[in-house]
Design a protein around this ligand. Structure first.
Ligand SMILES: Nc1ncnc2c1ncn2[C@@H]1O[C@H](COP(=O)(O)OP(=O)(O)OP(=O)(O)O)[C@@H](O)[C@H]1O
Length: 71
């Protein structure tokens, strides 16, 4: 967190608050999610889950990219 300037809250989740953030010494902006420590594992596990169609789309793109390389 020391690498970011954190500005105003831009959203709230069930167990978290999302802030506007900027990486220090850059003009890159990020959404910075702040989670209560007691809810951390729950939120991290939720964010790891991708919808099934996203996984399918990623797999399709990967296969296409590999096919292009082998041409
Ligand atoms: N990348 C982003 N850019 C802008 N706003 C965002 C971004 N990510 C989250 N937000 C805002 O923060 C809100 C809550 O974020 P998020 O979707 O992570 O919540 P959640 O998954 O429902 O909650 P939790 O993780 O606490 O269970 C969103 O509804 C949205 O308004």
């Amino acid at each position: 967190m020391n690498n970011f300037h954190v500005y105003e809250a831009i959203g709230r989740g069930k167990h978290s608050t999302v802030y506007k953030g900027r990486k220090k010494k850059s003009i890159e902006y990020f959404a910075v999610k702040s989670v209560d420590k007691s809810q951390r594992s729950k939120v991290l596990n939720e964010d790891k889950k991708l919808p099934e169609n996203s996984i399918h789309d990623l797999a399709y793109d990967l296969v296409k990219a590999l096919q292009c390389r082998n041409l």
